[in-house]
Write a protein that binds this ligand. Sequence first.
Ligand SMILES: Nc1nc2c(ncn2[C@@H]2O[C@@H]3COP(=O)(O)O[C@H]4[C@@H](O)[C@H](n5cnc6c(=O)[nH]c(N)nc65)O[C@@H]4COP(=O)(O)O[C@H]3[C@H]2O)c(=O)[nH]1
Length: 826
Amino acid sequence: MPIENTGVSSTPLIERWQAARRPGEDIPSYEAVVLGNLGRHADYAALVATREGKPDEVLWSGARFLAWLHRDPGAPYRDESPAMPRFAVAGLSEDIRQPLCEVVERALTLREPARTRCDRVHDGIVTSIEFLGLPLTRQADSPLVLLSLVGTQSRYDLVKAMFGATDQGMLALSTIRSGDGWVSDFKIMAANEGAARLLGRSIADLQWQRLTRVSARLSQDDAFGRLIGVIASEGRDVFEVSLPGADGRDLHLKIEAGCIGDLLALTFVDVGDLKAREASARLLFENNPLPMWLTDRHTHRFLAVNDAALAHYGHSLERFYSMTLTDLEPVATGASPVVDELYGPDAPRTHLRADGSRIEVTLYDRILDFHGRSAMLTAVIDVTERRRAEARIAHMAHYDALTDLPNRVLFRARLGEAIARQERTGTGALVLFLDLDHFKTVNDTLGHSAGDELLCGVTKRLAACLERGDLIARMGGDEFAILVQRAVSARSLSAHLIEAMSRPFAIQGQEVRVGVSIGVARLPEDGTDPDRLLRNADLALYGAKGAGRNTHHCFTLAMEAEVQARRALEQDLRAAFAAGDLELHYQPVLLVGSGRLAGFEALLRWRHPERGFISPAEFVPMAEETGLIDPIGEWVLRTACAEAASWPRSLRVAVNLSPVQFRNRTLAETVGRVLAETGLAPDRLELEITETVLLAENAANLAALHRLRSLGTRIAMDDFGTGYSSLGYLRSFPFDRIKIDRSFVSEMETETQAAAIVRAIVDLGASLGILTTAEGIETEGQFQHLRAAGCDEVQGFLFGRPMPVERVRRLIAEEAAEAAPARRAV
Ligand SMILES: Nc1nc2c(ncn2[C@@H]2O[C@@H]3COP(=O)(O)O[C@H]4[C@@H](O)[C@H](n5cnc6c(=O)[nH]c(N)nc65)O[C@@H]4COP(=O)(O)O[C@H]3[C@H]2O)c(=O)[nH]1
């Protein structure tokens, strides 16, 4: 607050100083500025002598400057102030010396007028005025500085300023004591705006009032007692009270009381918002659907537990309060609250509920201050179900859904572990690859559910043959693998498994027989990495299957060579076909009654440049596997039809169709096109199929057969009697001919059963109106039996081996010329 104007402006003084400089001078002389020139400015000025750039002594001072220097800052200036002799700057009080030094030094350094503010503090009152310092030269002596008080002097009450600067309420109270010395009340000595606002009165209304009159609530026992306590203990206290606010709502005040002698200083803070926040936090905690609790960070004791946690864990609140966090964890896990520090907050923990059940939980913790204690607020997420689901998914990734056996992935991993173990300890292992014989037949004939049942039965039986520690896995389809890391011979284990599998299974009320082929690879002899071992066991399995099923083969290096050789042969077959090196031979088929030619069966021939003649029984399956059978089959068909077209009308040609050719849905179109192209009458073409055609995808294949039949071709069932359920097939498709398999014919003379079967087939054909052709007749005796049985046609070495086309033509020509007898040697 301004209290007195010196009436001295800095501007004229500075102008005077500037004007007093002579040319070439940056600082004017003392004489030019001061002597006889200052006029009334001299009253407010003082002349300061300097030494080494610092103020040293005040040489003289004007009356008003002196008065300012000595007087109570609040008192007005008076002209009659006593003159003062020169005095040392060092003797001045600090609040004057500091700014004086500052302005003098700056004026000397800058060589220009300098200003600074001087604040004097006395009895809590701050008086401020400005110093102007003008540097002056003095002949042969240190420079002088003319110091002047300029501008307006202002005065502030420091306590009032601080009282007013805060939003907090402040009261200064003096004690009122009764006769016996007890504090009976307090008188308000001072109050600030904040207190007035919070207490709902003006400052004037508050001052000098007794506290009991101002606030009933503050006079009540609790609050009043605490204020008296502060006086008595000469200490401090902090407490909260609720007062009715000006708007009628309760104010929540935090009061800090401190004692200064017999006075009491109170500060008030409105903690209503804080309270509201606390209330919402409590609501968030207590009503949270997530289990939550608060524990002491050091003792791990429960300090608060919400309802959700009580419900989830089944403990009462009292029980929780009697426990520590560790009590929730089963002893066996050895987990402790420090687990978080080890594994991080996301590490799931196992907790025990009151009923003893275990749950998997993830804890989310926050450290907070709870009534001055370091506490941990924890939210609990029960992840039991999620973990179970994850475990289920992990199980599904490693186990077969049908048999619950480990799958290929897990088997491979375990095999990797066995290899590592072998490297460490030298313990070897056996890897067995198993493939069920005839599984596909069961699946195709009895349906997939029967197939599934069979696989489960097989699993049980295999497991029964094994010991603890052995691993059995389903590798897919009807393939199983076994890992054995104990001392057992491959031969005895395989024999045991084959024997177990050879017994019939009861599937859906039927007796089902399957066999098993086993390939064995040994660790470390046959490989020391999973892929190699599995591949070699697979190669051995391939060998076992080739050797006639229900048998086992151990991997040998020769097998690898065989695979190489087989690959080379595949290449050769491709090349031979491309080069036109495949041939067709024709085997004559004769009518039993007349002995005349009925036609020929076309049979593939491959004369390998190095290996010589290779049987179609060997290379046709290879062509089937590589897909080469499609173009080869079409070539056979075209060649045979073209050839037969040149034969007499009475002769037909039989062509074998592979089941693989039926996968090609355009088979019937191809046959139709070939017939059209070659000009062969459709009824002169007989297509021989095996029952496998009807086994696999039989609906689609039956449709294809009907399409072939609608072209006018004849359809014969080849190798009849060797398969699985031939009679059923005869019902499913009206075959034109049955070809009785060579295996029956060859045993006819020695096995009465074989002869009976042949007779039965012929009779069956006769009664169904299907012609019968017997294959593989080598002896006269066999022929006689067949004739006696009533077989329609015959084919075999006895009548003619498969022959090149030139000989066929010759034979046809001879027969035409001679009208030959029924039997002839070819
Ligand atoms: N021991 C003996 N064998 C006799 C006698 N009479 C005929 N054979 C042989 O019996 C087989 C009859 O053919 P398959 O049962 O259809 O059996 C055929 C057939 O399944 C398949 N095949 C041959 N050519 C073709 C073809 O062009 N396409 C298809 N898909 N398969 C073919 O290869 C198999 C074997 O053919 P091949 O070796 O030519 O063997 C022929 C024939 O030479 C005999 O009195 N004694």
